[in-house]
Design a protein around this ligand. Structure first.
Ligand code: TRP
Length: 370
């Protein structure tokens, strides 16, 4: 056993992000804000938050510099949103090489056709024009994600709905491993965002998802002016041309964002003409309420939320070596935990040859002809 390692009995979280860019509002509603709440709920014995650089490289093999630059951006986004390194362990995936070894054993428990059925991977393959030449590493990343989760014996994985197939795949691997080699791994549960508007926040252009390549994101680290401009140019109802016209709320991005971010107290603070969001929607549908007013309201709400995040980021940016130090400590701790799980795995698979005294004696007897 590892000298410094505690055996955790309670609920354990593992989650993470690919460091391919700064984090945006989609990340915030889909996962980041929730993580901070979960961290502060005291319900979890351990929380691991992983910067998935190795997974990011599976579709950025030719651009390691992008991944390298964004590790610190993601770390700063975590810290500025309130992830507290004394409560949560932030680490970098590739600094925990035990994860590769676990993946290698799990690969034997998964078929190619099972991987081909993963709907998230399918969509990603299309988006990246990988159809004719899928990198093997990319194709198998759901297996490596199973290693990420199980290495920490995570019970709970808070992620967006697009990650559901990965968690399902992980559960299958756990069941298969445990049935072949005996009870070793923990079957995790997905924890989806609770507000349905948060399941997937659309981009500011109304497209399905915020994405850097679509240039439709509001970043957590954007300036107040950037945020305002983004909000004022948001996609609404294309048929709502004049203020008097009736407007549509469904599929109207500004309202989708309000569903995600607006709370009752925002009306008293920023728009006392209305008592709640239903009244605003009602007026908009009837006609006579212009987009600009609704956008200004949304802007006030977002600014109130983002301002403290921006301010904390500025503080952390003043001491970047300290941020790397936080990551280093997180990696050391994560590595010790993953190494302990790997020991369990090797013991269950009976490939822990030198620790297995019985094996050595058994072979000795066999070769003596006993
Ligand atoms: N696939 C996740 C994403 O694209 C990142 C990730 C890697 C992850 N390993 C994980 C998330 C393990 C949760 C658990 O954002």
């Amino acid at each position: 056993m590892h000298k410094f390692l505690k055996v955790y009995m309670g609920k354990i979280i593992l989650t993470g992000d690919r460091p391919t860019g700064r984090l945006h509002l989609g990340h915030f509603v889909g996962s980041l804000g929730r993580r901070v709440e979960l961290q502060n709920s005291g319900e979890f014995e351990k929380i691991f938050i992983m910067i998935a650089d190795a997974q990011a490289l599976t579709d950025n093999a030719d651009n390691p510099e992008k991944v390298r630059q964004n590790i610190i951006e993601v770390a700063l986004d975590y810290l500025s949103c309130g992830i507290d390194p004394t409560k949560s362990t932030i680490f970098i995936q590739s600094m925990v090489p035990e994860l590769c070894e676990l993946s290698f054993y799990y690969m034997n428990l998964v078929t190619v056709s099972r991987l081909q059925r993963n709907p998230t991977v399918k969509t990603e393959i299309q988006m990246r024009n990988f159809e004719t030449s899928i990198p093997v590493g990319f194709f198998t990343y759901p297996i490596s994600q199973a290693a990420d989760i199980t290495a920490f014996k995570a019970t709970t994985v808070p992620v967006g709905e697009d990650q559901e197939p990965m968690i399902e795949q992980t559960r299958e691997i756990v069941r298969k491993f445990n049935s072949v080699y005996g009870d070793t791994l923990v079957e995790p549960e997905i924890l989806l965002p609770d507000n349905s508007a948060c399941l997937r926040l659309p981009g500011t252009d109304g497209k399905a998802k915020m994405s850097k390549s679509l240039n439709n994101c509001i970043y957590l680290s954007d300036t107040a002016e950037d945020v305002r401009k983004r909000v004022m140019s948001m996609f609404t109802d294309p048929n709502h041309l004049r203020v008097e016209d009736p407007g549509k709320v469904e599929g109207n991005t500004v309202f989708t964002y309000l569903d995600a971010f607006c709370r009752p107290e925002h009306f008293a603070a920023y728009w006392p003409d209305y008592a709640n969001l239903d009244e605003v929607k009602e007026h908009y549908r009837r006609g006579g309420l212009g987009d600009v007013k609704v956008k200004k309201f949304l802007n006030s709400i977002l600014q109130e939320m983002l301002e403290p995040i921006r301010a904390r980021r500025k503080e952390f940016e003043k001491d970047i070596p300290m941020v790397y130090d936080i990551l280093k400590k997180g990696c050391d701790e994560a590595r010790a935990v993953a190494a302990a799980t790997l020991e369990d795995v090797r013991r269950s698979m009976r490939i822990n040859y030198f620790e297995d005294k019985e094996l050595i004696e058994e072979q000795a007897r066999r070769f003596r002809g006993e």
